[in-house]
Design a binder for this molecule. Structure first.
Ligand code: IVH
Length: 673
């Protein structure tokens, strides 16, 4: 980046980050996720590191404070309320450990105290001779707002400290408790549901709601909203009263505060990382939102000896879980042709690390989605990735544009085979390549046929399939059954063992379950559950192939769109040839048998959650005894098994149709062989 470019870019970044901060801290609204804002801040820091002369005094990278709100009187904190520096992975935690170790006498053994980091707002409660006298928000760290009247309405804030034997001295003199005010996720959902019913605007997230609530001037309103105070620190004039954070938490609990039971002493960085992994996976189970851990040096005299840099103590860090959003630039937009011919615009991105993996591409779904979001080549965009889902472009940051961005134009022809793209119906969102023989379609089709939810053939991922196609060994899913070890060995990608493994993996799949086979065919709109419904209802491939739209639409769970797509697929000569080829090669899906079992001829639907088994498990057991397991209640349903937390719709339908209801206990009785 040249200096003029850097100057222009950093000015735009500064404005946008300042906008974000203003909305977030002052107005309690969120214009983008914290992760996206962090990502922009990171880019700004990089530019400023390269061109330090571009740093302005009001740059967000230089900021230490947030403006206090008018409306409350202000109170000074007894000691500054600090924040924490973020670290993201083991290497950064190790670097922190070695930084602080250097400042301590050689050989100091460090013990850590870790707690989950709650997403709320920090507050300090001051108790004089055991009585609550002040509640103060964090404010800018030095001065906060006097919210005493409001915190008094929070049930988990003791109005007087409980007399406890061990810490009874804390009932005399000044005791300050610091902690986080949070709204629980469940309370937040309840509150928003009620607001939706009343036609009131919805709150964005629990943190903003908690912050907005505590700054309400009317304590009655505060009292009507469920908030919790979760304590994490205790200050006494004599620091010797509390030698460690571990004792601080014990004292907090015995004085009557809620302090997280998850918090724990840890003895090594390895233990810290294990603890982080555990809570990253289990965080849904916590009542509040959390985005990481707070890790501190447990010994408080060591903690204070290590001092403060900037606005953060050296002796503690926030270990953040990998963010699910980041910002990056769209380098190009190209069109990818899927298994069913759908032409999907895909953004090529400047590589960016999100949730622990590098993202270079993100789906843009379809032409109108690109237009609606107005995503252009050259835009800086927010990209979201969660778990295994395909990364997605959330929105472009329009304010960062410099005029060189180019709008996206959907091509008229398939980028692979140059066939003109079509829409089957005017209202379809997707353009499609109608060429059944388009090469990009064939590899995706074969990959799908072999995928886990279909035939589950190991060794037929994207790269191997492309290699087999390029070597002209396969053109369609049936061709894989012709492959010989010799042929596969001829390809660079395969050695003796892997070629043998692949060919024998294929050979074991000549009698696939009907539902998997049908799913593997890649019929438009026919997902895994539809395939199961079709297989259970029609029981044989031939019967599905001959079914009319009306017969198909009668099957519970199958609508008209799916029915049409199924008929269309089986009437296509090309597909009929494919099925004939499977047969010739001895690939015959296993028909669904009516076992002469105890439940033969009976169909079941399960609604709600069962205590002793999962839904899938229930289905397997029912099928094993010859019964049919359906996904929704229909005329042919004999029993509706009612579990816990059931929705009304299935019950109403069952009542209308006179379907017999079974409890879980009754089902278990029936399942006894
Ligand atoms: S200990 C120097 N423990 O995170 C402050 N803080 O980024 C050390 N927070 O302002 C505080 N959960 O509001 C601590 N279990 C926890 C926390 C926690 C959330 C907040 C706190 C602090 C911010 C630091």
């Amino acid at each position: 980046m040249t200096k003029p470019q850097a100057a222009q870019r950093s000015a735009k970044l500064r404005d946008l980050i300042n906008d974000y901060r203003y909305h977030y801290h002052v107005l309690d609204e969120s214009i983008m996720s914290e992760a996206a804002a962090d990502s922009l801040k990171h880019e700004l820091t990089q530019i400023e590191t390269e061109y330090p002369e571009l740093i302005t005094p009001d740059s967000p990278t230089q900021r230490v404070a947030g403006a206090p709100l008018p409306g409350f009187s202000q109170l000074e904190h007894s000691s500054r309320m600090l924040s924490l520096n973020d670290v993201f992975d083991q290497a950064e935690v190790e670097a922190w450990r070695s930084r602080i170790s250097k400042l301590l006498p050689a050989g100091t053994k460090l013990e850590y105290f870790a707690d989950v980091k709650m997403d709320g707002l920090a507050a300090a409660l001051v108790y004089q001779d055991g009585l609550l006298v002040q509640g103060i928000t964090r404010g800018d760290g030095f001065v906060g707002e006097d919210v005493t009247a409001n915190v008094r309405t929070i049930e988990s804030v003791p109005l007087s400290l409980r007399a406890s034997h061990k810490f009874s001295s804390f009932l005399r003199g000044r005791t300050e408790i610091r902690g986080e005010i949070v709204m629980y996720k469940a309370d937040f959902t309840r509150l928003n549901t009620a607001r939706a019913k009343q036609g009131k605007p919805l709150f964005a997230n629990p943190r903003n709601t908690a912050a907005g609530t505590i700054r309400q001037l009317d304590p009655k309103l505060v009292a009507s909203r469920p908030l919790h105070f979760m304590a994490y620190d205790l200050l006494r004039d004599n620091p010797g009263d509390i030698p460690s954070y571990d004792t601080a938490y014990q004292a907090l609990r015995s004085l009557g505060f809620q302090a997280n039971r998850q918090a724990k002493i840890l003895n090594s960085i390895d233990e810290v990382m294990k603890f982080a992994d555990k809570w990253e996976t289990k965080r849904q189970d916590l009542p509040f939102n959390t985005d990481g851990l707070v890790v501190k040096v447990n010994d408080r005299s060591t903690y204070s000896r290590l001092g403060v840099v900037g606005k953060a103590p050296r002796a503690a860090v926030a270990l953040k879980y990998a963010a699910e959003q980041a910002t990056t630039k769209v380098k190009d937009i190209f069109v990818s042709i899927g298994r069913t011919g759908a032409a999907t615009p895909v953004a090529m991105l400047e590589p960016v690390l999100i949730a622990g993996s590098t993202v270079q591409m993100a789906t843009l779904h379809n032409e109108s989605e690109v237009a609606r979001k107005d995503i252009r080549v050259g835009d800086t965009v927010i990209v979201h990735k969660a778990g295994d889902i395909i990364p997605e472009v959330v929105e472009p940051l329009v304010k960062l544009r410099n005029g060189s961005e180019k709008p996206f134009q959907m091509p008229e022809h398939c980028p692979e085979c140059k066939t003109k793209l079509v829409k089957y119906k005017a209202e379809d969102a997707a353009w499609r390549c109608p060429n059944e023989a388009c090469p990009s379609r064939s590899w995706k089709r074969i990959e799908h046929f072999a995928s886990k939810a279909a035939l589950d053939i190991e060794g037929l991922g994207e790269k191997n399939v492309i290699a087999l196609i390029n070597a002209e060994l396969v053109k369609d899913p049936a061709d894989i059954y012709k492959l010989t070890v010799q042929e596969v060995l001829g390809l660079d990608r395969f050695a003796d063992v892997s070629a043998n493994k692949l060919v024998s993996a294929i050979k074991t799949k000549t009698r696939p379950p009907l539902s998997r086979f049908v799913y593997g065919l890649g019929i438009r709109h026919a997902g895994a559950q539809t395939a199961v419904d079709l297989a259970n209802h029609f029981r044989r491939l031939e019967t599905i192939a001959e079914a009319t739209i009306d017969e198909l639409a009668e099957v519970e769970g199958i609508g008209e769109v799916v029915a049409e797509a199924v008929v269309e697929w089986f009437s296509e000569p090309r597909n009929q040839k494919l099925l004939a080829k499977f047969e010739e090669l001895g690939v015959v899906p296993e028909p669904v048998k009516r076992v002469g079992g105890k439940l033969s001829g009976k169909s079941f639907v399960v609604t709600g959650s069962l205590e002793t088994m999962g839904r899938e498990q229930a289905g397997e057991k029912i099928r094993a005894l010859g019964g049919t397991f359906q996904s929704s209640v229909g005329k042919d349903t004999d029993y509706l098994v009612v579990g816990a937390n059931v929705g009304a719709s299935k019950l109403t339908k069952a009542a209308k149709l006179g379907t017999k209801r079974l409890s879980e206990t009754e089902l278990i009785q029936l399942l006894k062989p």
